[in-house]
Design a binder for this molecule. Sequence first.
Ligand SMILES: Cc1cn([C@H]2C[C@H](O)[C@@H](COP(=O)(O)OP(=O)(O)O[C@H]3O[C@H](C)C(=O)[C@H](O)[C@H]3O)O2)c(=O)[nH]c1=O
Length: 351
Amino acid sequence: MKKTILITGGAGFIGSHVVQLFVKKYPYYNIVNLDCLTYAGNLENLQLVENEPNYYFSKVNLLDEEGLKKVFHDFSITDVIHLAAESHVDRSISDPLAFVKTNVLGTVNLLNAAKTYWKELDSHLFYHVSTDEVYGSLGKDGYFMETTAYDPKSPYSASKASSDHFVRAYANTFKINTVISNCSNNYGPNQFPEKLIPLCINNIQHERALPIYGKGENVRDWLYVEDHAQAIDLIFHKGKRGETYNIGGWNEWKNIDIVKLICNIMDKKLGKEPGSSAQLIKFVKDRAGHDLRYAIDATKLQEELGWRPSLQFEEGIEKTIDWYLKNQQWLENVTSGNYKEYYAAHYQSPE
Ligand SMILES: Cc1cn([C@H]2C[C@H](O)[C@@H](COP(=O)(O)OP(=O)(O)O[C@H]3O[C@H](C)C(=O)[C@H](O)[C@H]3O)O2)c(=O)[nH]c1=O
């Protein structure tokens, strides 16, 4: 059976890289990008594939149950890779309900659409893309394993943990084939500049302060977004059904060190006096309930499926900074909302 894969959140950061990879690598699959184009979803991210004959776009909100069922029916969806989510921890602190709606209810609506439409369950796959934040926060030592108990600490991670549970519950109760992956912090092109790395790049260009929460001692494990997309490709095709795979970069950084690194690279690239960008660093009030450290043990993915990150961080961060410097208009568009004009010109009028 020819695959028609529904990729949700395909206009977002990670989703756009997954859509591009699948459209180009698998011309014999149909790829349907379902996205409701929130502030973080931008069709400009898909310019490289938007005219490919195997690429389709459908503007549907995960809360629109009938709309979802129609997409399954109209496109004869065979598989799902579910990436659409509200993803910013700070926003989840100011508006938790938005995260419950999209991440929990939206995922259940999508599962229901799959359950209704798929008749021979064995020939389909529902792949849920999740986060390492479901495991909570680590101290100085240790790693998150696939067997680590869930202990989400923020409204965002609680909503993702809940959606993971629903996916497993549907696998158990309704016998849907599922797989889940939990990944560490991503960085790279197309990331909305509310997240630490693009925020710093953008603020340095505009000579704005670089807000460091607390003392900047919190640790994150960073992975280049294209490496994440490669891992998703592998897991989609070769991962064992019903399993969970952790994805990480073996690349832990304290926030303050990563910001200083970005400052140094930006000084060189912008021809500024060494040390001048670092003067923008400003220690601010800590994030409420700020998780201290995330670190992933991705041994299972490495041993079972042979995955390793391909990029060294030093190379990835240079590439990322170069991309943002070259794509000033993109930054301008996403921060001003102009991407809606792009949508209107290419598709139908946005709401
Ligand atoms: C925006 C910002 C962040 N930070 C700190 C807070 C974190 O310790 C670290 C990274 O923050 P960011 O908001 O970029 O990402 P996380 O909160 O780690 O979460 C991210 O990685 C996981 C895996 C997901 O699943 C989330 O969807 C994704 O947003 O920098 C600052 O100090 N200042 C700032 O202005």
